[in-house]
Design a protein around this ligand. Sequence first.
Ligand SMILES: [Ca+2]
Ligand SMILES: [Ca+2]
Length: 304
Amino acid sequence: MKIFTFFLCAIFMFGSMLKSFGAEALPQTIISPIDGVPMALIPASEFLRGTTQAQLDGILRIDPSLESESLEDEQPARWIYLDDYYIDKYEVTVRRYRKFIGATGYPEPDWVSIRYFSPTDNHPVTYVSWEDAVAYAEWAGKSLVTEAQWEKAARGGLEGKLYPWGDELTREDANYLGVEGRDKWDLTTSPVGSFPPNGYDIYDMAGNVLEWILDWYDADYYQYCPKENPVNLTPTRFRVMRGGAWCFEDEGLRCASRFIENPLFRGADREGFRCVLNVSQGSVPVEPTGRLATTWGTIKKVRN
Ligand SMILES: [Ca+2]
Ligand SMILES: [Ca+2]
């Protein structure tokens, strides 16, 4: 309890030191003070979200077995504006999740199953529910990723591409169904960061584990959502998951692919998450000197 109280105080101090920054002053990379993960800045801007009709036609030409209706929830493609935010460069690992459990006394996950599909501490944690992911994010002083934040980060600054690095997916890019080349993992996750990052220096946005998203899933959400900082907080039956997983075909690894899951489900060998820091909500810790700092000491600041 004492440790938990310490973390609550620390998060409060963390927030109280916030200061507004122009985008030009924000460092490209920060180290998240509580869970120690490097986070990449995604600068405020518009990005083209979703799947255009031309892309949808192309996808169906490549794989005629797909039903066009199954991709309609990715339409219409629209320009969406998002404020500055930082996103974890890596999926939350077994090591970081264990640290969270130890610090808070949060209920232990199914370590036996986790170990089977994620055999080392540097593999992504799995067998976590949406609520587990939110609890971790709150402990870490961060938030779960919104659906729009996830897709913008996945696109890596590119416009209208199918995957985080372009329109082709190869075995050098990601862990998905099967084994070849750099993808040495057949029926398990790979250690986080085993493949090259995208243009925002973020790893495993395609494949490895599916990632829990803050939004509730609505197939029609793109048709009516706001243009700025959209997040669907109206309850439905499912939460969104993004990015595909180690057991998915290549089509499921597209940046625009949307998946659904029961938020209470904690039994999946392919489901993990990552977190964000929302700059506008005052979650970037800055001292008047411009140094990043917390009650734990100065945050390691890394320049790309
Ligand atoms: Ca594989
Ligand atoms: Ca992933």
